[in-house]
Design a protein around this ligand. Sequence first.
Ligand code: NAP
Length: 153
Amino acid sequence: MTSDTWNVSSSVDMIQTNIVGVISTVAAFLPVLKAQRNATIMATSSALAFLPRADFATCCASKSFLHSWLTSLRHQLRKLPIEVLELSPPYVRTELTGLSQAADPRAMPLASYICEVMSMLENGQHPRGELLERDQARRWAERVGTFDSIFAP
Ligand SMILES: NC(=O)c1ccc[n+]([C@@H]2O[C@H](COP(=O)([O-])OP(=O)(O)OC[C@H]3O[C@@H](n4cnc5c(N)ncnc54)[C@H](OP(=O)(O)O)[C@@H]3O)[C@@H](O)[C@H]2O)c1
């Protein structure tokens, strides 16, 4: 997406799916989950929540929203046995942006990513409720001073 091709309609669709979809799903299930002895809510954010790609502006912003919103939801539910997890995938070989992504050698193979996530879940490796695989560089870029060089090298 560039400033020439950007349009409001696709951004609204993205916000509807990535933000309103998650909030609506959580709202619908919360009464049911509150009645359980243990429950987990897991929503899919992105490593791009922490440091955007300018060509996916609305998508990245929607993931930043989710990161913030899930952080607050986790705090609000902290006295209930409802775990709130944020799955933040790196660049993975799916068809998310088209066929080329599914074949891109720079992307992590989907099977490897699934194995990593299952291992993190089994071992409880999700500090702060975040399941972040290898793209830790984006997570901490602002803190370690690499934000600008990664964002616009
Ligand atoms: N792959 C990556 O590199 C990557 C990186 C960071 C984050 N993520 C996130 O991971 C999640 C899954 O992506 P993916 O890589 O697995 O992509 P994918 O293979 O293209 O899967 C996307 C899924 O979302 C569904 N979907 C799309 N629009 C929808 C809508 N309006 N309502 C309901 N379902 C809808 C699709 O359903 P249909 O199959 O029926 O169309 C499909 O099952 C996304 O939230 C994405 O942002 C992916």
